[in-house]
Design a protein around this ligand. Structure first.
Ligand SMILES: [Zn+2]
Length: 382
């Protein structure tokens, strides 16, 4: 087993588990650019150039491996190791059938008990460029991408040990950060990531922050303690005019008056039937932590979750037998509003201005200047 200390991460690749919401049992792998050597159970068996294809099938605890001409038999571990810096491969899972995706750098495949573990071993900045494109789209300003890159890097480094038991560091789903393959649509994203290389956000105690972000704050961000039940000094509520008038600034819904009443009673608000009707509606000029009725309360975030609303920042108005719900923002509302940050970048603010606007009392610094105790001591099994 090889242990890799975190301080080497900038020079080391990060291991990302692919298609982790599924158990992949068969896949086709294409060499899309550059060249690769194919290594099975520690031995180089072939070289791949663009157009070459590998067929992988999981059978009884092993991976059956074929290319267009040869049958390599059964292996338990294979790697596509990039021999050139521009190497790109593409994976198309066949069982189950899933979206085909392109990735930079290396592919590692390990036979597990019931499926093949597909792992992308990739330069951390290339990985971050893929994450930023997945999480923020491809049409924003460079300063926004820089701010988003710094947050995504902070999140990745803070969570490097999340999946170590599964043989990689981070998964490609929303559990970690969404990563749908390489940055492909806008080369400016990789440039922004590389311009900020090594940069992270730390708190005043030199700890990596919880790098929270969401789509749109609705005009005011949410204090973390209103959602997470613990106070976080750098995640306070900020009045955010930049998020107004953006794509996800508003939403609306209609619910039944009787369903709402039944919901309140089911959640312990016994006095609902005795109270005047006008007070059982929600009103939030500013974000509230609780909806309070008489002596009872329900957290706004619980109402959002139970009703599937886009945010917990909404008002309610009666309309006949129904209730109109007018909401603001999209997402949990904590930390950086992506649409607000995009507007700030369009207005000429820098990545630093954006991060200092959404986070209180933070330090923007290089992670290599953090004390070792502030970083997870990641160990990889390869
Ligand atoms: Zn994960």
């Amino acid at each position: 087993m090889l242990s890799i200390g975190i301080l080497q991460v900038a020079a080391q690749p990060v291991q990302v588990g692919l298609y982790q919401d599924h158990l992949v049992r068969a896949a086709v792998v294409y060499c899309s650019a550059g060249s690769y050597q194919l290594v099975t159970d520690g031995t180089v068996v072939s070289r791949l150039v663009p157009g070459d294809i590998l067929y992988l099938t999981f059978e009884e605890g092993q991976v059956k491996l074929l290319d267009a001409y040869r049958d390599f038999g059964y292996v338990s571990h294979l790697e596509l190791q990039a021999v050139s810096l521009d190497a790109v491969f593409r994976v198309r899972p066949i069982d189950p059938e899933l979206e085909s995706r392109k990735y930079d750098d290396d592919l590692v495949v390990k036979a597990e008990d019931r499926y093949m573990n597909l792992i992308n071993q990739v330069d951390i900045d290339k990985y971050l460029a893929g994450v930023v494109e997945s999480e923020a789209g491809s049409n924003a300003e460079p300063e926004f991408y820089k701010a988003q890159s710094i947050l995504c890097r902070t999140f990745a480094l803070k969570n490097l040990d999340r999946h170590l038991n599964e043989g990689f560091s981070l998964c490609d789903g929303t559990h970690c950060q969404s990563y749908k393959g390489k940055n492909d649509l806008n080369p400016g994203i990789l440039e922004a990531v590389q311009e900020t290389t090594g940069k992270i956000v730390a708190d005043f105690n030199f700890k990596l922050i919880d790098a929270a972000y969401h789509s749109n704050s609705g005009g005011q961000t949410q204090r973390a303690s209103d959602v997470w039940l613990r106070d976080v000094a750098y995640l306070q509520s900020v009045v955010d005019p930049y998020s107004l008038h953006q794509g996800n600034a508003k939403w609306s819904d209609t619910i039944s008056f009787n369903d709402w009443k039944a919901y309140l009673i089911a959640n312990g608000m016994k006095s609902v039937s005795k109270l005047p009707e006008e007070i059982i509606y929600v009103e939030q000029m500013r974000r509230k932590k609780y909806f309070i009725l008489d002596k009872d309360s329900i957290r706004m975030t619980k109402i959002r979750e139970d009703w599937g609303f886009r945010s917990s920042f909404f008002d309610m108005f009666p309309e006949g037998d129904s209730i109109l719900v007018w909401g603001k923002g999209y997402g949990h509302g904590i930390g950086m509003s992506q649409e607000g940050a995009m507007k700030m970048a369009r207005d000429g603010f820098s990545d630093q201005d954006i991060l200092h606007f959404y986070f209180h009392e933070i330090r923007l610094m290089d992670f290599r200047d953090l004390p070792a105790s502030s970083l997870p001591q990641a160990k990889f099994k390869f």
